[in-house]
Design a protein around this ligand. Structure first.
Ligand code: SAH
Ligand code: SF4
Ligand code: F3S
Length: 484
């Protein structure tokens, strides 16, 4: 009987990618993936420590899992990801139920580490392991991704790890180490492998993707990497995340202008509209330059949706600083933003300054930026009313309707129309209802022209005008979709 592994993924897309690699590695070691923790023989929490709240989420989950450990002494409980690097050995003291702590650079050997825990347990040894060593360019190989078997239309591709920027508030350089770029031929090979399983859209991932290649003299830059990925047959759409404004090069802006597969969507975190705060944050960004870049991006790609991250309540942020952030939002008119109250992180430069903005004031500022942004987002969204848009269909819009032949779909009975979910070039979700009974089988992986009939708060709905051709690897995708 095979063993089961349950992985709980917190944090950013890089953790999502890493969790997939861990599942593949464990699959080779005989583990089957489970979507429930209670029947698992191995539970991994892939953690984030970017804010205090993220860390608390892990602590509360660990608490809940404690009971499972009492019922099943065979269970191995592991913590991976950024809290693992941040806390290391200390985690074992904080959580006596924990067996294994592994860092982001150990995901490829998770199978070996778990086996070692089990072996030591049998031998009556201490059976608790910590391995969170971070590697630089030498001694590090990216874990190779296996072909996905879930019939997915979109996929992540990590192209680099780590960060060299050391913004004063940020824990990432500590938890993920220095920047290391994946070789561009490896990236292209991975994208080709994905395309051959029916993937039509890839999102290139890194904490700082546009400094891609700077750690390797022989390597191309990020704009050239995008161009190389755009050459891959079957790939229709390219996205990337996330970027530091400092490295938003002219070459990248040019790529937006002349690589049609590069989607009009750019997440470019600014953090604050105040020069003074940006200096304290060590962001090395000047507002005027940033706004000029946004203008140039919009000239290069007129329909581009800009998004950003904002931190409010950074130590010493005055009312005037905060107003400058509000003004920036009104000036740039982002499609959407992520906003956070400042949270001091251990070992960062900002943690040495007093966290002097009271929690209630952080919340007030947070509500104010969100209220302003909601209004801007609604106005931007209203522009799609009645529009004809291009949608890449991904699958069913409800979780339970898997396909025309699945029991769930049958059980829903005759007369229920299939509902498809897809995305616009600007990454907005679109729901489309259709009379085509085979749509759930035939549409995923295809582009279609859609007429928008309803604009929601964060998504659209509409009806299909015309369905594009199936991709070159559609048959392989279909096999996966129905075997999976
Ligand atoms: N590499 C990306 C950011 C990754 S972290 C970049 O440079 O833009 C994602 C977001 O979390 C950041 O953009 C920031 O807005 C937020 N964040 C990071 N550290 C934080 C902290 N200590 N407190 C509050 N928000 C934080
Ligand atoms: Fe953190 Fe700054 Fe690096 Fe982004 S660029 S991951 S905010 S240190
Ligand atoms: Fe969180 Fe680490 Fe990602 S801190 S945001 S999981 S890089």
């Amino acid at each position: 009987m095979s063993r089961h592994v349950y992985v709980e993924t917190m944090g950013c897309q890089m953790n999502v990618y890493d969790s997939e690699r861990m599942l593949e590695s464990l699959g080779r070691a005989g583990y089957e993936s489970s979507d429930r923790p209670d029947n698992a023989d191995l539970i991994i929490i892939n953690t984030c420590s970017v804010r205090d709240k993220s860390e608390h989420k892990m602590i509360s989950l660990l608490g809940k899992l404690r009971a499972l450990k009492q019922h099943n002494p065979e269970l191995v409980l592991a913590v991976s990801g950024c809290v693992a690097t941040q806390e290391g050995e200390k985690l074992l003291k904080r959580a006596p139920q924990l067996d294994l702590v592994l860092g982001p650079d150990q995901i490829g050997k998770v199978g070996d580490l778990v086996a070692e825990v089990r072996r030591e347990r049998q031998d009556g040894g201490p059976a608790r392991l910590v391995d969170t060593e971070l590697f630089g360019k030498k001694g590090y190989d990216f874990v190779r991704a296996e072909p996905p078997t879930d019939g997915r239309v979109t996929s992540f591709v990590t192209v680099m790890k780590g960060c060299n920027k050391f913004c004063s508030f940020c824990i990432v350089p500590t938890t993920r180490g220095r920047e290391v770029s994946k070789r561009s031929d490896e990236v292209v090979a991975e994208v080709r492998m994905l395309a051959e399983t029916g993937v039509r859209e890839v999102t290139l991932l890194g904490q700082n993707v546009n400094s891609y290649g700077k750690d390797r003299r022989e390597e191309v830059d990020f704009a050239a990497l995008i161009r190389a990925v755009a050459e891959v047959d079957g790939i229709e759409r390219i996205r990337f995340t996330t970027s530091h404004p400092m490295d938003c090069s002219d070459a990248l802006i040019d790529a937006f202008a002349d690589v049609p597969k590069l989607m009009p969507f750019f997440h470019l975190p600014i953090q604050s509209g105040s020069e003074r705060v940006l200096r304290m944050m060590r962001r090395r960004t000047v507002i005027e330059d940033y706004v000029a870049r946004v203008d140039r991006l919009r000239a290069a790609k007129p329909d581009i949706a800009m998004t950003t991250d904002i931190i409010v309540g950074f130590p010493g942020e005055t009312e005037a600083d905060f107003e400058a952030t509000m003004q920036l939002l009104a000036r740039v008119r982002y499609a959407s933003i992520f906003s956070f109250g400042y949270s001091p992180r251990p070992g960062t430069a900002a943690a040495r300054i007093e966290d002097d903005i009271p929690e209630v004031e952080k919340r007030r500022r947070l509500h104010a930026v969100q209220a302003l942004q909601n209004q801007i987002t609604a106005e931007w969204m209203a522009g799609f009313e009645g529009a004809e848009i291009e949608v890449l269909f991904e699958g069913a819009s409800t979780a339970h309707a898997r396909g025309p032949d699945s029991a769930a779909t049958m059980a829903r009975g005759v007369g229920q129309k299939p509902q498809l979910m897809g995305r616009t070039p600007q990454n907005l979700k679109v729901n489309v209802e259709t009379d085509d009974f085979y749509a759930l089988r035939d549409w995923p992986g295809r582009l279609g022209r859609v007429r928008v009939s309803h604009v929601g708060r964060h998504s659209l709905s509409g009806s299909l005008l015309e369905l594009g051709p199936a991709g070159p690897f559609a048959e392989a995708a279909l096999r996966h979709r129905f075997v999976a």
